[in-house]
Design a protein around this ligand. Structure first.
Ligand code: SF4
Length: 279
């Protein structure tokens, strides 16, 4: 099964069976250099020094997350799915609340259901597991042809913006047959999608690799544990949301700043995508 963006006029496929990973990556990067000459895109000139969560916002954060999930589910993406297994989800959620942290942190990586990155890597190599690869909209380029605050991404390798975009590179490097891609505009969108995947595949283990701000990774860790999925959240840097107000605006698509996956984290993410591709 081919992804729709390789059909029709968009045939260019960089990572294919006839080339090695190294050749494909070199091909991508050469194209990215030419694309930058064709169209420059806005980037952060320097990384702002921002705390992950402001001290005021950090107070009662679990309660704030609970209230947000319940009161802002206007499209009914999450709650109807919760009621499919209320006792199971309710019990897991309460259990997670008892832990001070719903994750284990290793630098820029927040581990859910794993204690070490090696455990995550081992899980990636299991073909039986479903792999969800997700990207928060706030690190899409301002010039993104699909728009930033959307769940769309055309990742057209011939498009000069996509060719300079880390999301575009990651998507091309991932293997279509064993990866579920999500482009995430809101917390309710990703929660609803994950619940849909879990309910459609009750016998499968779901592992994820998702980019998000530190505040989101902290706020919704109990909800991830409630669903019972395991994976890694990659911390975004740059113009992140570190107050509840900024988060609320961002959830409505008001996000004038750009976030970024730092270079070492990008390298590690691509390595995991490679592991999964070669599984
Ligand atoms: S690859 Fe990047 S620029 Fe292109 S549509 Fe996707 S997010 Fe937007």
């Amino acid at each position: 099964m081919r992804r729709k963006w390789y059909d029709g006029s968009m045939k260019l496929k960089i990572w294919d069976q006839s080339a090695t990973w190294e050749e494909s990556e070199k091909h991508w990067e050469e194209g990215a250099l030419s694309a930058a000459q064709q169209q420059s895109i806005q980037k952060l000139s320097q990384l702002p020094k921002m705390v992950g969560i402001t001290p005021d916002t950090a107070k009662f954060l679990k309660w704030k997350a609970f209230r947000w999930m319940l009161t802002k589910d206007v499209d009914q993406k999450v709650l109807p799915q919760f009621w499919k297994h209320p006792f199971k989800y309710g019990w897991r959620y309460l259990k997670s609340l008892f832990y001070k942290k719903g994750y284990t942190r290793k630098g820029d990586f927040f581990l859910y259901g794993f204690q070490t990155l090696e455990q995550f890597e081992k899980s990636l190599k299991n073909r039986e597991h479903l792999f969800v690869l997700g990207f928060s909209y706030c690190h899409k380029p301002f010039e993104c042809p699909s728009g930033r605050f959307t769940s769309e991404c055309i990742h057209d390798a011939d498009h000069p913006v996509c060719r300079q975009c880390f999301i575009g590179k990651s998507v091309h490097a991932s293997k279509e047959e064993n990866t579920i891609l999500l482009f995430i505009p809101t917390v309710h969108y990703i929660a609803g999608k994950i619940l849909e995947i879990v309910h459609a595949n009750p016998k499968k283990k779901i592992i994820f690799l998702i980019t998000a701000c530190e505040m989101t990774l902290e706020m919704f860790s109990d909800w991830g544990n409630m669903v019972g999925i395991q994976g890694v959240g990659v911390r975004l840097d740059g113009r992140i949301c570190n107050t509840l107000k900024a988060f609320e605006l961002s959830e409505q698509g008001i996000k004038p700043g750009l976030t970024v996956v730092l270079d070492p984290a990008q390298k590690q993410m691509l390595e995991w995508i490679r592991i999964r591709r070669e599984t």
